[in-house]
Design a protein around this ligand. Structure first.
Ligand code: MG
Length: 385
């Protein structure tokens, strides 16, 4: 009997997806890749399929379907294409855990389907909770599904909270590297180009999240992600800049004690932790030498330089579709910035302008989120032009 846990990876060719496959390879007796999904990276998807022999692969971009199908024709692997195929494939009875590592809003519908069918979710797609945390939380209450965070900060919160009574928690302290522009004077920000923003000091990540890190939108997203994952008010989440990215986050308790989780800035750690739960998986991975870190520093974030931090707080306070509007406008603005179509500081303008343009909707349904996302993207696109 095959007791290996069958893993579906949505976004297998991205940074988190590739590192998840590293973990599957590290524990061949525990895990096997069952479904690999990629957006556009057909060549890498084919390579991964040949190496990991999943039951099914999906290339989201329909233009690339023939190429992937032909390359895998003799491999006894089902090849499909399109968003509908992804939403169906995650519900496959054999799938145990869905690693949601696609970029942005595209993670929402497959995550909803995976929750409805009781899958474990290893959540790397934080936008799902940013956009629709309220709905996702409701769905989780009526499902045997569980969400395990793959984000390093949320993995840290999870570990700090293990064995603790939740009523004793007074505050979550979310650490931020500060991103590539931490030391850049505010008045120079508007001259920064995509190439400058893509030089992240500590983490090697995809382009979208690296820009989100440069604007600190990523930290605003993570604040909302933590609010939903750990059921705390956004007012009880403090953001602190910690440039070394060694303390992945902290929890303060009612007696004044603070617990922190340390580790090297390597996403394999939170992925190994999330896939291993409830166990810890022994690993020969590189160890952190504590004595190498003579100083760990912490400072308050600069809210004037990084206004999207306040925008995220505001979206969290408003609830409803406000975070969905924020996310949609940010996706359009970041894509435009990456193509040098707008200035760095325009990202904030586009997000704020879009959020102000639409009335809020309370207790949104999935259809409300889908409509808000579509409309906000179209509006933000007109602002880019
Ligand atoms: Mg993170």
């Amino acid at each position: 009997m095959n007791l290996k846990r069958k893993i579906a990876i949505l976004g297998s060719t991205g940074s988190i997806g590739r590192q998840t496959l590293d973990i599957i390879k590290e524990y061949p007796d525990l895990f096997e890749a069952h479904l690999l999904v990629a957006n556009n990276s057909a060549d890498l998807l084919i390579e991964q399929a040949i190496e990991f022999k999943p039951k099914r692969v999906i290339i989201a971009n329909e233009m690339l379907y023939d190429k992937v199908r032909d390359a895998l024709a003799v491999k006894d692997i089902i090849v499909e294409t399109g968003a509908q195929a992804i939403a169906e494939a995650v519900t496959d009875v054999d799938v145990d855990t869905v690693v949601t590592a696609m970029v942005g809003y595209s993670g929402l519908i497959p995550t909803v389907r995976a929750i409805e069918t009781g899958k474990k979710i290893a959540l790397a797609n934080k936008e799902t909770l940013v956009v629709a945390g309220e709905l996702i939380t409701k769905l989780l209450k009526n499902s045997s599904s569980e969400i395990y965070p793959v984000d390093s900060e949320h993995g840290a919160f999870y570990q700090c909270l293990m064995g603790e009574d939740r009523k004793n928690v007074s505050k979550l302290i979310l650490t931020a590297s500060g991103g590539p522009f931490r030391l850049t004077p505010r008045e120079q920000l508007e001259n920064m180009r995509a190439a400058d923003a893509l030089k992240h000091p500590n983490w090697s990540m995809g382009a979208k999240i690296t820009i989100d890190s440069a604007t600190m939108m990523n930290k605003g997203f993570e604040m909302i992600e933590a609010k939903w994952l750990f059921d705390v008010s956004h007012e009880d989440i403090e953001i602190v800049v910690h440039p070394q990215s060694i303390v992945h986050s902290m929890v303060e308790f009612v007696d004044g004690s603070v617990k922190a989780q340390f580790g090297l800035p390597d996403m394999h750690l939170p992925i190994r932790f999330a896939l291993g739960l409830p166990d810890r998986l022994p690993s020969d991975a590189k160890r952190m030498t504590v004595a190498d870190y003579a100083s760990l520093t912490f400072e308050k974030p600069d809210y004037e330089k990084f206004p999207l931090l306040n925008v995220a707080k505001d979206a969290a306070a408003q609830g409803g579709i406000a975070p969905c509007l924020m996310n949609a406008a940010n996706e359009i603005a970041v894509a435009a910035f990456l193509k040098d179509r707008i200035k760095f500081t325009d990202i904030n303008e586009i997000v704020q302008h879009t959020m102000r343009h639409f009335p809020n909707v309370s207790s949104p349904t999935l259809d409300d989120y889908v409509a808000a996302n579509d409309e906000a993207r179209a509006f933000a696109e007109t602002l880019v032009k």
